[in-house]
Design a protein around this ligand. Structure first.
Ligand code: G6P
Length: 617
């Protein structure tokens, strides 16, 4: 867990970077694929897959080879394939069509042992196994929508009581029973959610997908440490800051961006003469720095985040449920949708298990090594953020350097996309005709708009028919050019279907991770960037101390970058010192006495004011 002050107190000097380790898997595709013209890349990918397969063979069954073949274009065969493979979840009204993926029976047969192992792994995980071995943690997001699955009664009670507390608090806020102390409206009208990554993406997706046109509380987000972005959110609130419920979300309670967002918001409250604690809510692990601060300062409410729920799978915890409930979204329906989907995904027969079908398709398309990207295209504006949400869920889970046996595998599955038909006017040209490095997942919503509002904008055709036509047309056009696609269809965008979609992809990630033998539940790579950021800020403090000392002299002594570096005992970091100085100069916190930032060697720099307390030292 990062500490609140950790960003600025890391190691005192920037270490020279060690060169990146070259790996077999990294270098092989480069070498091999360079020998082939672009259109013939399938073969090298297969050979890489085979190579990796032999690496994994000690712990896994032999990797099924992907037969080289074109996609069938025979309409009768395609229709048969469509009907044979169509998955339907009757109660959820959800369909999964994998007919436009080119896998064959042999591949499915070969994958069966791995799938059965994945089902077993998921069963163990749900029973409370330490499925995240590196962090020694259980992985329990599935219990959140069916607490009776929790491995002990203590966890069950925690889940149930948190859900009850979320519902009660939301009801009291919406009804005005809990009110802000000094708002003329007499009730909370806005939510300002402060959080990042898994503590933002789920709530953002769900708000966009499900919030009614006029929610009881409108939501906005601070999900970065960009001061201009923060100012914008606060300025947009204007006088309504007095009726804003600020929800600070951080599992660890120590993420620097979230800490900064909180400090900025607290300052805005002070500037407006408002008492933050009366309007602040914390969602975090018990006894985290955030939790302790909220308790000591007497914030309006605190809700727990559980150790065994990862940030990117926290949408069904208080993280996602509280903001949703405050916007008038039926969270019990979301949970019901997720729970129904989970039940289906426990079935150990491939064709009856939509998450397994997805995972199998991912494996097929990307050779189990991420050789193709997943383009997610919901044809529905309200699902715009689904691909962004999935980007973290999939890429932070799957993008791993090592497998569970410690082999370097550099795994991943790249996800991107926005929405159709809009993206047809942006990059679908490349998908149809350009580099063949992707497969598509269409998300189709059958209901165009609420009943009673539709009209024909030309004889026999509605606006929604166009959207439908665009999706079907793009799917066909891509397939005609051998571009594979999956289609997930839901009847409507409802709390139930959104809950089901979240659960579908959470499980697909879990199953896929098992198929490729990686830990989907940790994120060791994220720490490197955070640590480096801490080192930059530590260096900045030393630069400030050196500049301050020189600027307190009579007369002021402007310094070259080399002089600053030397006095910081960080000669090897002169480039970073240049960047620090340029950034401070752009923000009027350092003054350039001579030269210009365009020619770094010419610069002489000093501080406009001498800080006599020398608080930088
Ligand atoms: O919820 P927090 O502890 O503030 O973490 C927020 C995010 O930060 C990290 O960088 C992780 O990579 C994410 O998985 C996490 O969701």
């Amino acid at each position: 867990m990062a500490s609140l002050s950790g960003l600025c107190s890391s190691s005192p000097s920037l270490k020279p970077k060690t060169p990146l380790l070259k790996t077999t898997i990294n270098s092989t595709p480069l070498k091999t694929s360079l020998a082939f013209p672009t259109r013939s890349r399938l073969e090298p990918i297969q050979s890489i897959a085979r190579e990796i397969s032999s690496d994994l063979s000690e712990t896994n069954d032999k990797l099924p080879s992907k037969p080289k073949q074109g996609l069938t274009k025979d309409p009768t065969a395609l229709w048969r394939r469509y009907v044979d493979w169509l998955y339907q979840h009757k109660e959820l009204g959800l369909y999964l069509d994998v007919s436009r993926m080119g896998f064959n029976d042999e591949f499915v047969r070969d994958m069966e042992p791995r799938l059965q192992k994945a089902f077993k792994d998921m069963e163990e995980l749900e029973k409370g196994a330490i499925a995240n071995p590196d962090e020694g943690r259980m992985v329990g997001h599935y219990w959140l929508r069916n607490s009776s699955l929790a491995p002990n009664s203590f966890l069950k009670t925690q889940i149930d009581s948190t859900l009850d507390a979320v519902c009660k608090f939301a009801e009291e806020v919406v009804s005005g029973e809990i009110k802000p102390p000094s708002s003329p409206e007499g009730r909370f009208t806005q939510i300002l959610s402060v959080g990042i990554g898994g503590s933002a993406l789920g709530p953002q997706f769900v708000a966009e997908a499900l919030a009614p046109d006029n929610p009881p509380l409108k939501i906005r987000f601070i999900d970065n440490t960009d001061p201009a972005g923060i100012d914008h959110q606060i300025a947009q609130l204007g006088p309504e800051l007095a009726s804003t419920l600020v929800i600070v979300i951080s599992k660890s309670g120590g993420t620097p961006e979230t800490r900064n967002g909180l400090l900025e918001v607290q300052k805005a409250f002070r500037d407006a003469g408002l008492e933050f604690a009366k309007q602040g809510v914390a969602i975090t692990q018990e006894n985290s720095l955030l939790d302790n601060a909220a308790r000591i300062e007497g914030w309006l409410a605190r809700f727990p985040m559980f150790d065994w729920v990862g940030g990117r799978t926290s949408e069904m915890s208080a993280v996602g449920l509280l903001p949703a409930a405050l916007q008038g979204i039926d969270i019990r329906e979301m949970l019901a949708g997720a729970s129904l989907m989970d039940e289906a995904n426990r079935i150990t027969v491939l064709r009856d298990n939509p998450a397994a079908m997805l995972a199998l398709c991912w494996y097929w398309a990307s050779d189990g090594i991420g050789s193709k990207d997943m383009v997610v295209l919901p044809y529905k504006d309200s699902l715009l953020l689904f691909s962004r949400y999935l980007q973290q869920l999939v890429m932070e889970s799957i993008g791993k350097e090592f497998d569970l046996d410690g082999n370097r595998v550099n795994q991943g599955l790249t996800v991107y996309g926005n929405k159709g038909s809009t993206d047809q006017h942006a990059y679908i040209q490349q998908l149809r005709e350009g580099v063949h490095n992707f497969f598509v997942t269409f998300i189709e919503v059958l209901r165009d708009r609420p009943p009673g509002h539709d009209w024909e904008l030309e004889p026999g055709v509605t606006c929604g028919d166009y959207l439908f036509g665009m999706l079907q047309g793009t799917r066909s056009a891509l397939y005609a050019n051998d571009r594979e696609s999956i289609t997930v269809t839901v009847q409507e965008v409802t709390p139930r279907s959104v809950g089901a979609l979240v659960a579908l992809y959470e499980r697909a990630v879990g199953i896929y991770a098992s198929l490729i033998n990686i830990n989907a539940y940790h994120q060791p790579g994220v720490e490197a960037g955070k640590k480096a950021a801490g080192e930059v800020l530590a260096l900045q403090k030393r630069v400030l101390a050196v500049l301050n000392e020189a600027s307190c002299k009579e007369p002021v002594e402007p310094l070259t970058l080399e002089e600053v570096a030397e006095r910081c005992h960080a000669e090897e970091d002169v480039e970073m010192i240049y960047k620090i100085v340029a950034h401070m100069a752009a923000n009027d916190r350092a003054l350039i006495a001579e030269g210009s930032c365009g020619s770094p060697r010419s610069i002489k720099v000093f501080l406009g004011e001498c800080n006599v307390d020398d608080s930088y030292a």
